[in-house]
Ligand binder design. Structure first.
Ligand SMILES: Cc1cc2nc3c(=O)[nH]c(=O)nc-3n(C[C@H](O)[C@H](O)[C@H](O)COP(=O)(O)OP(=O)(O)OC[C@H]3O[C@@H](n4cnc5c(N)ncnc54)[C@H](O)[C@@H]3O)c2cc1C
Length: 416
């Protein structure tokens, strides 16, 4: 459970830690890292700019690359109980016809499940142990390892020195600026989409996508319901969710009761969550005054369903590598973490950018060409690079040992 805790209490609790860690942003990446470090005996200070946890209620599908984080936290049973395996995936034509259905279970069976879970339930799983966080708090400035905290209105609320400052404040990160990280490389699709919930009318393990001419409809199972995503070019969305969903219904022939109910859910939601479909990639994660993690380091387009999965993996790798690290070893360990993890995250991001080129294109001819490609391209081929990442995850303990054995100074100059 997340417990709103005064900053002074968190700072006092941390005073004797071998590494004083500050995590800015209590989202998926920040919570995973903070909880894993707590399990390893540290007391990371965790702050979030929001006045309380207002997690947008959207659905997430997580690759099995995340499982080890839940095992290390001792919450794997809770994770299994809160999620549901997405066993199959159907691709539909722009008119709604099912063109192919692939087994996700077969694709990933050796490694685990592709698990559908709502963001709220995931946060509850991650915070099964008591999780102190100071809400309404962020960092305005960092200098020489000292973080200056401010409230939501920018008023100072304290300062403290840290050995490691982690910017985990999401895709529109402010910590990039605070840590002088420079500007991200961004892919802007010019598309956005609404997220809503529908009742699952049977077939609970089936995820479906309909790539239309100028719209995209995806339904993804979580426990007991379906997460619905309805997207389109920004200009076309100006009519609002209800009218846009109605126009989509006019443009399809045979979508069946499940997808019809999904469109009805978007129409019925008075204020569905709107997601801008941009991504962001930082060329460096380890900076002179701190590091970036999760979407702040690399935020994803939704096309491969892997952003949260890679954020959890990067947090888990870091936590494991920090297990044996003290202040002296920190620079070498962080450099090794970035060297191993960033290329993996960028490979997953490249896969989602490649799929975006197929998805965010308008026109009947394009839709027809895409369908011809997708008839031949199995999920195995489309997600091949990601399955390879799942299969080839490095051993963080070995990477950390290698970093600690390397000659001092071989990782270059940095405060860390
Ligand atoms: C609709 C939708 C569907 C998605 N589906 C999938 C999926 O199926 N599979 C998948 O793997 N990924 C999916 N993703 C992506 C996934 O949600 C993100 O990759 C993941 O949440 C990244 O975690 P994060 O901790 O980096 O950022 P977030 O989870 O966004 O958390 C950032 C946190 O930082 C806080 N914050 C923001 N600014 C500040 C600040 N200045 N100071 C302090 N705190 C701050 C925020 O309040 C928030 O708590 C989806 C995303 C969306 C929006």
């Amino acid at each position: 459970m997340l417990t709103d805790t005064p900053l002074s209490v968190q700072l006092e609790t941390q005073a004797d830690d071998r590494l004083r860690v500050l995590v800015v942003g209590a989202g998926i990446a920040g919570l995973t890292l903070a909880q894993l470090l707590r399990h390893d005996g540290l007391h990371p200070v965790l702050v979030d700019r929001m006045p309380r946890m207002e997690h947008p209620g959207y659905m997430l599908a997580l690759m099995p690359t995340v499982d080890q984080a839940f095992i290390d936290l001792g919450v794997q049973d809770r994770y299994r109980a809160a999620g549901t395996p997405m066993a199959r995936y159907s691709f539909r034509s722009h008119r709604g016809k099912v063109l192919r259905t692939d087994s996700m279970s077969e694709l990933l069976s050796v490694y685990g499940d592709y698990t559908g879970i709502s963001r709220g339930e995931l946060i509850e799983v991650l915070t099964a142990d008591d999780t102190p966080v100071s809400f309404g708090t962020t960092v305005g400035e960092v200098a020489d390892g000292v973080a200056r905290f401010v409230d939501r209105d920018g008023r100072p609320v304290g300062e403290a020195p840290f050995d490691l400052i982690v910017g985990a404040d999401g895709i529109r990160s402010r910590m990039r600026e605070v840590l002088d990280a420079g500007e991200p490389d961004v892919v802007e699709t010019g598309w956005s989409g609404w997220v809503a919930w529908a009742d699952d009318l049977g077939d609970p393990g089936l995820g479906e996508e309909l790539w239309g001419d100028g719209f995209f409809l995806g339904v993804y199972p979580v426990k007991g319901r379906l997460g619905v995503f309805l997207g389109g070019p920004d200009a076309a969305l100006a009519v609002g969710p209800a009218a846009f969903a109605a126009s989509v219904l006019d443009r399809v022939d045979e979508i069946g009761p499940r997808l019809e109910a999904s469109l009805a859910a978007v129409r019925a939601d008075p204020d569905p969550y709107l997601w801008r479909l941009d991504d962001a990639r930082m060329s460096r994660w380890v900076l002179p005054n701190g590091i970036l993690l999760g979407d702040a380091a690399a935020g994803f387009l939704p096309t491969a369903g892997i952003g949260a999965g890679m954020a959890i993996e990067a947090a888990w790798m870091l936590a494991r590598m920090l297990r044996g690290a003290d202040r002296v070893a920190l620079p070498a360990v962080l450099a090794a973490w970035e060297r191993v993890e960033r290329p993996r995250v960028e490979a997953a991001q490249a896969n989602s950018r490649m799929l975006a080129k197929l998805m965010f294109r308008r026109g009947r001819v394009i839709a027809w060409l895409r369908e011809t490609v997708m008839r031949m391209l199995s999920v195995r081929a489309a997600l091949g690079p990601i399955v390879k990442l799942v299969a080839e995850r490095p051993d963080p303990d070995a990477v950390a040992r290698g970093a600690l054995a390397a000659p001092v100074g071989s990782e270059g100059r940095s405060r860390f």
